[in-house]
Ligand binder design. Structure first.
Ligand code: DX5
Ligand code: ZN
Length: 216
């Protein structure tokens, strides 16, 4: 499986996001991970579709939008119109089959995510509904810079095994939160192939080298 690196702009300087996404592209990132937070599903507020619209002209990289919001069904048109390539919705916040149908009609890749306390099985219906990607949170959603929750590794394995036994062995599985150069091998070994990295990338003095090492 090809390993993709999706730096999260949550960890970047919000006054320079246009330049940042250009730099990410030059540094070999595969996706730009956009952490959308509404202050309800998670306590912090970050940004909405306007930010996606603003950065869209500055990069060709796929914009990987992680919607940590209540009622995502009221926002997906705006993200599609803003240029989102992948929209990830929380299983805990919506009816996945209905939302996946809407996302497909908007021409956006469909992705479902679960929180650390949500069992891996909660992602299985999304596989059956034709997900283009699955995301597992390995930290409590809302903040960057947290410690990786080790129990996520078993959940990644369970989700990868379900994909293998249900005809989509190479489905993209993304992991989000607390991934570092030290634990990324375990994360990939467990079956993930798309790595979100905020702090690890934006704390680095050499983003390209760090992205290269994360990709292994
Ligand atoms: C947390 C976000 C994550 C976070 C990752 O709610 O979904 O994407 O920004 O940041 P790090 O890599 O710093 O844990
Ligand atoms: Zn995220």
């Amino acid at each position: 499986m090809n390993i993709k690196i999706a730096p999260s702009i949550l960890a970047s300087d919000f006054s320079k996001v246009g330049e940042t996404v250009k730099k990410l592209e030059q540094s070999g990132a595969d996706y730009v991970h956009c952490d959308v937070m509404d202050g309800n599903f998670v306590p912090p507020i970050t940004f909405g579709a306007q930010m996606v619209k603003a950065i869209r002209p500055h990069t060709k990289l796929p914009l990987d939008c992680h919607l940590m919001v209540l009622h995502p069904e009221t926002h997906i048109e705006d993200f599609a119109a803003a240029g989102a390539d992948i929209v990830t919705v929380h299983v805990e916040a919506c009816d996945i089959p209905a939302l996946f149908r809407r996302l497909a009609s908007l021409g956006v890749k469909r992705s479902a995510v679960i929180n650390p306390e949500t069992p891996a099985e909660a992602l299985f219906p999304a596989v059956d509904e034709g997900a283009d990607m699955l995301l597992l949170m390995s930290v409590r959603p809302g903040w960057g810079g947290q410690k990786f929750i080790e129990g996520t590794l078993k959940k990644i394995e369970a989700v990868r095994n379900y994909c293998i036994s249900h005809g989509v062995p190479d489905l993209d599985i993304e992991v989000d939160g607390g991934v570092t150069e030290e634990n990324v091998k375990d994360v990939i070994g467990a079956g993930a192939n798309v790595i979100v990295a905020g702090s690890t990338v934006f704390r680095s003095a050499d983003m390209a080298a760090t992205i290269g090492r994360l990709r292994g």
